[in-house]
Design a protein around this ligand. Structure first.
Ligand SMILES: NC(=O)c1ccc[n+]([C@@H]2O[C@H](COP(=O)([O-])OP(=O)(O)OC[C@H]3O[C@@H](n4cnc5c(N)ncnc54)[C@H](O)[C@@H]3O)[C@@H](O)[C@H]2O)c1
Length: 374
């Protein structure tokens, strides 16, 4: 996607009703974006089904949830979970007796990671194994979901999977320099993308964040055909990220994190949805504005978009009342009284106004979707 197509109004039409099925394709830990969709699904009387990524044993092998973990996960979801481990990616997969991609990185140090070379034939073998494991388990999961969806029901698949960072010590130090570093500690994201480590990381992001959606579309084809033949409909959504418009000096302007390595995988996710539409499958990637969740907390700078978002909620408030967007925004501001712009100009809102001295928010720098990701 290179054209910006902001969704200005929330769609009112809704085909979903009691007896329809909502499938959450991603495990919910605490709260995330998908809680909004889950609330709507519950309101519509839909049956909720979820999956799990599983858990790792000490030897890194994958297992299903224990009875206790399953009870807890189902209570958090408010629905039934198919208890087969659907962990995407291949960072801990390898042919028996050979090192996993994560093992290959064990000797990397801050002094040598940029020159380090990987055995790509071996990486490819690990990737094929990881993909096969995921698709084989998914086929079983889909068999169970199929048996829970009656003819004629509508089905909504919500994909939330995103991740794939390789768990290696050196990456913590690299990430600190790339995502947070200033001055002497700054390291360009290009140096990561150009290294073998970076290339491996992008491949794993692709598997977790993007290709898992393609595998879902593929694995649910038979279910989709049965449902559509019996008068029901299927819809697929995924959460993308492709920058967002925020309120700067009273008008909306597209902006993004100055660097978002996962952006390449998020674009591949969009491509999978585009390819599905061309086949007549209703798969949509919604590119969301930033919010603070488990997955976004690692990014320094998420707050740069959150404060203008609160301003935007106030600006867009049409109806007064305790649940209007304006009231919600005011309540959020009150939780951060030191920054309340009603009482005094905040250091944060000053930073986020575009100015030639603000490197992060300098207008015209990365301000068009085609310049993304960096
Ligand atoms: N938080 C933000 O600011 C933000 C902004 C734009 C888009 N998003 C997207 O919204 C979606 C939901 O994210 P969220 O912020 O609610 O957080 P979240 O942490 O709840 O979602 C991440 C999901 O990815 C799954 N996951 C992680 N690694 C996985 C793996 N190896 N295999 C399978 N699943 C794996 C987790 O189980 C979880 O369901 C994600 O696609 C995220 O990229 C988030």
């Amino acid at each position: 996607m290179t054209a910006l197509t902001p969704l200005r109004d929330l769609p009112e039409a809704n085909i979903f009703r009691k007896g329809d099925v909502f499938v959450l394709f991603g495990e919910l830990f605490g709260r995330g974006y998908v809680n909004g969709l889950l609330d709507e699904a519950r309101k519509a009387g839909m049956r909720i089904i979820g999956i799990t990524v599983g858990r790792r044993n000490e030897d890194h092998s994958l297992r299903a949830l224990s009875a206790e973990e399953l009870t807890e996960a189902e209570a958090n979801l408010g629905g039934r979970i198919i208890n087969l481990p659907l962990m995407a990616g291949f960072d801990l997969d390898a042919p028996v007796g050979t090192p996993t991609p994560t093992d290959l990185l064990a000797d990397l140090k801050i002094a040598n990671w940029q020159e380090a070379k990987l055995d790509w034939a071996h990486v490819q073998a690990c990737r094929e194994l990881g993909v096969k494991r995921f698709r084989d388990t998914l086929a079983e999961v889909m068999g169970q979901i199929d048996s829970m969806v009656p003819d004629g029901a509508n089905v909504f698949f919500a994909h939330t999977m995103a991740g794939g960072i390789l768990k290696t010590k050196v990456f913590l130090a690299i990430a600190n320099r790339i995502y947070k570093g200033r001055g002497d500690r700054f390291l360009s994201s290009q140096s990561l993308v150009d290294s073998d480590l970076g290339k491996l990381m992008l491949m794993n992001f692709d598997e977790v964040t993007a290709n898992s959606f393609a595998y879902l579309l593929e694995a649910s084809a038979a279910l989709r055909q049965r449902i559509e033949a019996s008068g029901g409909q299927t819809r697929y959504t995924a959460y993308g990220y492709h920058g967002t418009e925020i309120l700067i000096n009273g008008s909306y302007q597209w902006q993004t994190y100055t660097n978002y390595t996962q952006g390449h995988a998020k674009m591949r996710l969009e491509q999978h949805a585009e390819a599905a539409w061309q086949q007549g499958v209703k798969a949509t990637v919604f590119n969301c504005p930033e919010i603070r969740t488990n997955s976004s907390d690692i990014f320094v700078g998420v707050e740069l978009s959150l404060f203008p978002l609160l301003e935007a909620l106030k600006l867009e408030a049409v109806a007064p009342g305790p649940n209007s967007s304006g009231s919600i925004a005011s309540r959020c501001w009150k939780r951060a009284p030191a920054w309340n712009p009603c009482s005094k100009p905040s250091p944060i809102t000053t930073t986020i106004q575009p100015s030639p001295s603000s490197v992060t928010m300098r207008p015209g720098r990365w301000t068009t979707p085609p310049s993304w990701p960096r």
